[in-house]
Each structure stands twice: as C-alpha cells, then as structure tokens.
Design a protein around this ligand. Structure first.
Ligand code: TXA
Ligand code: MG
Length: 326
C-alpha cells in the first residue's frame, strides 16, 4: 500500500497487536515490530527463518530520545549523529535493557538506526515506538529494495507492506560499534570509514578472525544470495569470466555477466546486468540487478569493479557474499 493516513493507521494497529509491517528505508526495506514485545520480535525471526543469534537493529524517529534505551554515549558518537543522522548509519551502544532481550539476542548492546527515508520517518513518528527491524527478505536471500521484492519473499507472511518506491541507497546501513575509545565499523555501508574518521578523528574496522566469536553475528552467515548459481571473478579477470560465459551459453545454460559499466563496455556481450558507473550508482543497483538476474539467468557471472575505495568496500562485501562460495 502507498504510505498515507489509511495505511499508517493500519500499520499502527498491526504493530500494537504484536504483528510485523514491512516499510521502506533509504537503504533496503525493513520488516518491523514493537521492540518492547518479545513475542513480536520472535515472530520476525520466525517469518524470516533468521538464526536466533543474529541481533536486530532498532529503528527510531529522529526526535526520539535514545538516552532512554542506551547509556554511555561517547562524545564522538554525538558528533557522528549530528553529522550523519538521519541516514544510513547504525550505531551500537550499551543497552539499558529496556527493549526485549530478543532484539539483541542476549548481547548487552543495542544497535540504533534513524533512517532518513521520509516514509520511514512518517511510519516511525506515527507508531511512536522503537521498531526492531531486519531487512524484509527471507534469511540469506538478496535484501529487498522495492515493495515488489518484499512481496515476492514474504507474500502471505506479512499483513502489510508500505510501498515507498525504490530504496535509493541500495545496500544496508553501516553498522558502527560505539562502545569503545574509537568507533569501529562492524559492517561497511554508505557512510564510509573516511566519512566517520573525518568527524570522529579516527575509525577502526572489525575483522573477524578464524575461530573468534563474531562481534556482529550477522557477519558469519552466507548472505545476499540469488536463487540461481553464481561465479565470481576479481577485476582484471574479464577474460576468464568471458570464457565461462561463452562456454555456459554454448552448453545451453543461460548465463549473465554482472559488472560495472566499464567492464560491460569492454565485454560487449548480449546478456549483461550493468551495475552502473560509480560507487553510489553500483550500490544502488546491486540488489536490483541480483534479483533481476536470478529471475532470468541460470548462472550469474560476477566481475568485481576496478574501483575499490569508499562505498565500494560495502559493495564488495555484499558482492562476494552473494556470488562467491565463502
Ligand atoms: O540498512 C539497514 O541496516 C537495514 C534497514 C532495514 O534498516 N537493516 C538491516 O538489518 O540490514 P539486518 O538485520 O539485515 O542486519 C543487522 C546487522 C546484522 O549484521 C547484525 O549482526 C548487526 O546489524 N547487529 C544488530 N545488533 C547488533 C549489536 N547489538 N551488536 C553488533 N551488531 C549488531
Ligand atoms: Mg539482512
């Protein structure tokens, strides 16, 4: 449904009764429920088939006072919030334990996000509750960037999908640990390490070591995967990718090349999923093209873009998890 008084009224009723509502954000669509209610939060895990040790982000309206939910907010976090919120930056703080413990899967921290999408803000203001919401896809599938994507994954499982058009950002928010001396990126996204360091003075990046317990449990799972087979090649391996492309199509396996505009031009083949020219454009198109690809290809052959800095860090993280066997 389009976002209007009627659909927002319905959304409020559903959330108040412990149900889940899909809603647009500037990154990807979310599947939201009342963060204070354990049964409502557990229901989200059930709908998605999500592992129960992967915590959820709480979404709030821009005027919501986070000090009721979390404590020990460091000065650098206040600066970052001023610079980048509302926007695609999720900040992890020490929890006051006010929301259901099912949200953070027993961790003593809470991830908070203030989305900038105008319809997300309208929804959050109307409901006036912290909303626990993962991306609105079946667990491990490609995240949804349109209401149609949500419908194709969750048809029959959710009562309402608020349609706010295409999510322009295209990849999930940056998740930033704000519990230490300096901020540390747990998941890369549109707010880059450079952007955070510029405001906070410094910014670390969390790397999961073998055998270590993941600080952000979502990192350890296979993710963002299209339903068809995939192959992955690094930038500079276009010749190898083209060899596989020709071979597959010759053998009757419908293969598509997934690559940036420059590579698409160099490849000059018929079946291309063109991601676009620069980091932002590629991020915005990534899930759209992965979903388009799984519907028309039997094999997606991904070739990584040459550009690797800034936003491309987050794009590469998603692209490798989607198309490479990791
Ligand atoms: O852009 C986004 O962040 C989207 C939209 C809907 O807001 N949401 C999203 O949620 O991507 P989800 O559930 O797909 O991913 C949440 C990520 C996971 O990697 C999870 O492990 C991490 O955030 N996370 C959540 N709470 C955490 C916490 N307390 N400590 C560390 N990581 C946390
Ligand atoms: Mg997700």
């Amino acid at each position: 449904m389009p976002v209007n008084e009627q659909s927002l009224g319905l959304a409020k009723e559903i959330v108040k009764c412990g149900g889940a509502v899909a809603f647009p954000t500037e990154t990807v669509y979310g599947l939201g429920a009342n963060a204070f209610e354990t049964a409502a939060v557990e229901n989200i895990f059930k709908i998605k088939g999500r592992p129960n040790d992967n915590p959820l982000i709480v979404h709030i309206h821009k005027d919501y006072d986070i000090s009721s939910l979390v404590s020990d907010i460091p000065p650098y976090a206040k600066k970052l919030a001023k610079a980048y919120l509302p926007g695609p930056l999720t900040m992890v703080y020490k929890s006051r334990g006010k929301v259901s413990s099912a949200v953070s899967c027993g961790l003593d921290t809470l991830a908070i996000r203030v989305p900038s999408h105008k319809d997300a803000q309208r929804f959050l203001k109307y409901i006036n509750l912290p909303i626990a919401a993962p991306s609105a896809n079946i667990s491990k599938h490609v995240s949804p960037v349109t209401a149609e994507h949500v419908y194709s994954d969750l048809n029959g499982k959710v009562a309402l999908i608020l349609d706010g058009g295409k999510s322009e950002g295209g990849i999930e928010s940056t998740v930033l640990d704000c519990t230490g001396e300096i901020p540390v990126i747990l998941r890369s996204g549109l707010i880059t390490r450079e952007m955070i360091a510029e405001v906070a003075g410094d910014c670390g990046e969390y790397v999961l070591k073998d055998g270590e317990k993941a600080k952000s449990p979502g990192m350890k799972y296979k993710h963002y995967s299209p339903k068809c087979k995939t192959m992955f090649f690094v930038a500079g391996e276009l010749d190898k990718a083209l060899f596989e492309y020709e071979k597959s199509n010759r053998e009757g396996v419908c293969a598509y090349l997934l690559c940036d505009d420059e590579t698409a031009k160099a490849a000059a083949v018929k079946n291309v999923l063109n991601l676009g020219k620069n980091g932002e454009e590629i991020a915005s198109n990534l899930y759209l093209k992965l979903r388009e690809g799984e519907n028309k290809a039997q094999l997606i052959i991904a070739v990584a873009p040459k550009e690797q800095g800034g936003v491309m860090k987050g794009v590469m993280n998603r692209l490798t998890k989607a198309c490479k066997d990791v």
